[in-house]
Design a binder for this molecule. Structure first.
Ligand SMILES: Nc1ncnc2c1ncn2[C@@H]1O[C@H](COP(=O)(O)OP(=O)(O)OP(=O)(O)O)[C@@H](O)[C@H]1O
Length: 336
């Protein structure tokens, strides 16, 4: 639904990679909106296309190896029409990106201050002194205890959690409207993870940014997201508010993901395991529900031939009508 503050609209976007001379879709017909003051989580197993979606929005694909269709409207510009120079005006300024591995995203040979200043030198006309002040302000904002000291240090002198805070400082240096965070806490231990998620939340509130948070971890989603899109095999299979997705999940894939999530009151060996794998791009089913092979007890007649998104209640969308009858085997779902 279109509202006044949806500043990012992804319309019917597909990205195909060239493999052995042929193009295969890694993401297919994605429709999503992101609003100011909102964290949209994109969740799904490894290989579902989450990172491809992020790098498509960021314009990070080589056009000779990739075929992208659709529209990505960001504040009145279709990002997919931009050339490299055009994209460079957005990346780092209006769109910030936080990657999973902070060490490879930082230059080992440069002090932290220089790395944070660099993005401001490129996108702003701030004086050296103003940039220095802003670096300290940013380090403070991301929860670095001694900004003066950290500003002078090199990446290898910092812990993983501090490096990730520095990456976030770089991403927000120019107060971007949109932040894309791809598995920002995966490499960190649980306590630090929670701190980094708090930092992201604070930033979203202070800067009124919209955040796309990509993760395979439903625990992270539950703690942070306002809206959730569940991806499977390159498609969105369910989207809605975090409350809708956690309280009334509908698509068999979402329900399987939630069942496989460790709970405090759940013994580890009770955990549900989703059998099978996400299909590779070359083996992607072209007809029927892509998740069907992993729920073989559901009769083929329960699936739509060409599964569409259905709005079950306002704002809550589910792909394929199979959700209407789906049950796990221990709930009475019958093997066929
Ligand atoms: N440059 C590429 N060329 C060919 N195939 C690719 C390329 N990048 C990704 N893929 C394939 O596209 C599919 C989606 O990958 P993607 O990395 O977007 O998934 P993901 O959900 O982000 O998984 P992960 O969490 O492991 O990164 C996978 O099958 C992957 O092998």
């Amino acid at each position: 639904m279109e509202t006044a503050n949806n500043f990012l609209r992804i319309k019917d976007v597909s990205t195909a990679f060239k493999i052995n001379g042929q193009y295969y879709d890694a993401i297919s017909h994605i429709n999503l909106e992101v609003h100011h003051d909102e964290i949209l989580a994109i969740v799904g197993e490894s290989g579902c296309g989450k990172s491809t979606l992020a790098t498509t929005i960021m314009g990070l694909h080589d056009p000779s190896e990739t075929h992208i269709t659709g529209e990505i409207d960001f504040e009145d510009t279709d990002l997919l029409q931009l050339d490299d120079a055009g994209y460079n005006r957005f990346r780092g300024a209006k769109i910030g990106m936080i990657f999973q591995d902070p060490l490879s995203a930082l230059n080992p040979l440069k002090r932290i201050e220089d790395q944070i200043s660099e993005v401001m030198t490129y996108h702003t006309s701030l004086s050296k002194a103003a940039k220095h002040d802003r670096v300290l302000e940013l380090l403070n904002q991301v929860g670095i205890v001694n900004p003066q000291r950290t500003a002078r240090q090199y990446p290898h002198e910092l812990s993983g959690g501090m490096r990730q805070r520095v990456i976030i400082a770089i991403a927000i240096a120019c107060k971007p409207d949109l932040i894309i965070a791809d598995e920002p806490t995966t490499a960190l231990d649980v306590t630090i993870q929670a701190q980094i998620l708090d930092v992201l939340r604070d930033i979203q509130r202070e800067n009124h940014a919209g955040i796309i948070l990509i993760t395979h971890d439903l625990g992270v989603v539950a703690e942070t997201a306002d809206q959730v899109a569940v991806m499977y095999a390159g498609q969105i299979v369910e989207k809605g508010s975090a409350k809708q997705i956690f309280d009334t999940p509908e698509h068999p894939y979402t329900r399987s993901l939630l069942r496989s999530m460790p709970q405090l009151d759940n013994q580890q060996d009770d955990l549900y395991v989703i059998k099978g794998n996400v299909p590779s791009l070359q083996k992607m089913p072209t007809k029927g529900d892509r998740f069907a092979p992993r729920i073989p007890w559901v009769p083929a007649s329960a699936h739509e031939a060409d599964p569409q998104m259905h709005e079950v209640v306002p704002g809550h969308w589910v792909r394929c009508t199979c959700y209407q009858t789906f049950q796990f085997p221990d709930e009475g779902g019958v093997t066929v």
